[in-house]
Design a protein around this ligand. Sequence first.
Ligand code: CA
Ligand code: CA
Length: 276
Amino acid sequence: MMLVENYLYYKRLEGLLHMKKSLSLSLLLTSMASLPAMAHVDYTGQDLGTFTGLSAATGSVLDTSVGGNYGWADAADADWGNSHKGRFLKFTLENPADVTLSMQSTTMEPNSSGGVLLPGFSVYEGLAPLGAHDFTDLAFLWRDMQAGPAADEGYWNALGSFQAANEAGETAFLTFQGYAVDGTAANFGSPTTQPGVTGDGVADGMVSKSFSLDAGTYSVVVGGATYDAAGTAAGNRNYHFNADIAVAAIPEPETYAMLLAGLGLIGAIARRRKSA
Ligand SMILES: [Ca+2]
Ligand SMILES: [Ca+2]
């Protein structure tokens, strides 16, 4: 009798626990669905491609989004920034190559009021582990080891290398390669908050830059460059953009041969004219 009672008690308890678990999970999912993109690092659907680096090729991720229009600018100041305000993209080069990366603002969610995304992006060699975010134990540990006020707001350093970590304890170092930012200090900060940062001069929702890179796998972290928008409602909505990559063709040996032959011909003509 006692055993049966215990059994029933435990079954009921199990049922209650299960109900509570699914309830809190569904509540969590509901609340997450109503939030703008505040995701941990996940490169799913954010792959610009794998390139040999030997021939011209392009790739793109169209109409992706980023939660907020200030993340990059906020990650370029002294206390760094929250990586949840950036979108992580990736690409792979099988050989050294010259690549041009371009970010172009598209529409804004949930409506078109409030302006476009002024994009900024930084390029890093290496990939963050899946689910990496700024507030894991290991992320805090590494941030605490950094000197000065750095990393107070998160681990995203838009102007330098940083270490990313996930809840599973996996870490990766992202080695800074360079950055590009839309506009001027009027939108992305000031000589005091972002010393030395140079924009493309025209805040038109588009920024593009070329990089000479070694073979490897790279992260491109994109965010907004409207520094003063941090903390405002408009600043924290979802903003959409297209990301493009163009890999330049490495000149073939025959091209060099033709170039040299052409130079030789010019030299011969010049000598003939001189002697005539
Ligand atoms: Ca900051
Ligand atoms: Ca621009």
